[in-house]
Design a protein around this ligand. Structure first.
Ligand SMILES: [Zn+2]
Length: 348
């Protein structure tokens, strides 16, 4: 029986005590870890429950002031609300964070709030926020750039042009913005007649040789004769959709016959017969199939800065807000107008 009896000083007793202690510690730490995880999960679940249905403004106020989430986390939440188009909730969060005392990132949050107001279409509120930021920190380029957009969307081109002065002082390139806003101000001025508009637009174009799409879109629509007089053939590819859609009686054969690209374009369209082939695949196909197929060109517009694709022409990209970055792309398509014309003739 002595074999089961261990003395206090027996080394085997120490080993058993040692392993028993290891077991107890391991068990306790495992149990404690499990308990903590369960508690954390319960806390997270309780917290997230508040967001499963969007919190009201009062609930939000309480949540922000309770300080359970850091300011950075609230800002991330506001940004994700804004990204998903829930601007109202994003605005509520920014407003509540701004009410917190001793906010070190006040200007940054005000900027985000102003930008969200802008995206949501509250232009007047957005303007007030940016003016307040600039009153405190006049040399804030991001606030100036967004305020410029706000004024442009409000069609207050005079104020937008004034914003360019401090941006110029901050060594930002404002050449294109100046030209674009001056052209917009002119085109939207009801007191100026179309003749004066065309003259001033040509003057703007000749000075800078920029914004050609915006300027020639107006010129070809209002005074094609004058447009052709100032037309630079090297711009043909950039303005291909405008040229393709010009009425036949608006064409200037002198200019067209002096440019191989224009000769190919109008031969492909079927107005003239001055080219036998073209290095542009679509023109070449149309020249070879002249009269034998019911095809035409369809156009798409790509921003060369952010590569956003648009089904319509633009002067300022609504995605990255760059100016004069329009790139016209075209492809062969079925001519539905001709189809419709033939069908309506068949009913006569
Ligand atoms: Zn863009």
């Amino acid at each position: 029986m002595n074999i089961f009896f261990l003395e206090f000083r027996d080394p085997l007793f120490s080993i058993i005590v040692f392993f028993a202690l290891i077991f107890i510690i391991t068990f306790l730490s495992y149990w404690w870890g499990r308990y903590k995880r369960k508690e954390d999960y319960k806390h997270l679940d309780r917290f997230l429950k508040q967001f499963r249905s969007l919190p009201t403004q009062d609930e939000l106020k309480e949540l922000v002031s309770r300080g359970e989430l850091s300011q950075k986390s609230w800002m991330l939440l506001a940004a994700s609300y804004s990204k998903s188009g829930n601007y109202e909730k994003s605005i509520d969060i920014y407003n509540e964070i701004l009410k917190q005392p001793d906010n070190k990132e006040q200007i940054e949050i005000m900027y985000l709030l102003g930008k969200t107001y802008f995206k949501a279409g509250f232009l007047e509120r957005s303007k007030q926020i940016f003016l307040e930021i600039l009153r405190k920190n006049p040399r804030t380029p991001q606030a100036l750039e967004t305020l410029l957009l706000v004024y442009e969307y409000m069609r207050d081109y005079k104020s937008a042009l004034e914003v360019l002065e401090p941006l110029d002082e901050l060594k930002k390139d404002v050449t294109c913005d100046t030209l674009y806003l001056k052209a917009l101000e002119l085109l939207n001025n009801a007191a100026v007649d179309s003749q004066e508009k065309t003259e001033k637009l040509i003057e703007l174009y000749l000075k800078s040789r920029r914004m050609s799409y915006m300027i020639f879109e107006y010129l070809f629509r209002v005074n094609p004769k004058l447009a052709w007089e100032h037309f630079d053939s090297s711009e043909s590819e950039n303005l291909v959709d405008l040229l393709w859609n010009l009425p036949t009686d608006s064409l200037n054969m002198d200019v067209i016959s002096s440019s191989s690209y224009l000769r190919e374009l109008y031969t492909a369209r079927g107005d003239i017969n001055l080219s036998l082939k073209s290095s542009v695949f679509e023109f070449d196909a149309l020249i070879n199939l002249r009269g034998k197929t019911n095809a035409t060109l369809s156009f798409e517009y790509i921003c060369s800065s952010c590569k956003q694709l648009y089904p319509f022409a633009f002067h300022r990209c609504s995605s990255c807000h760059s100016i004069d970055t329009i790139n016209v792309e075209f492809s062969l398509t079925k001519d539905y107008h001709r189809d419709f014309g033939e069908e309506s003739n068949s009913f006569q």
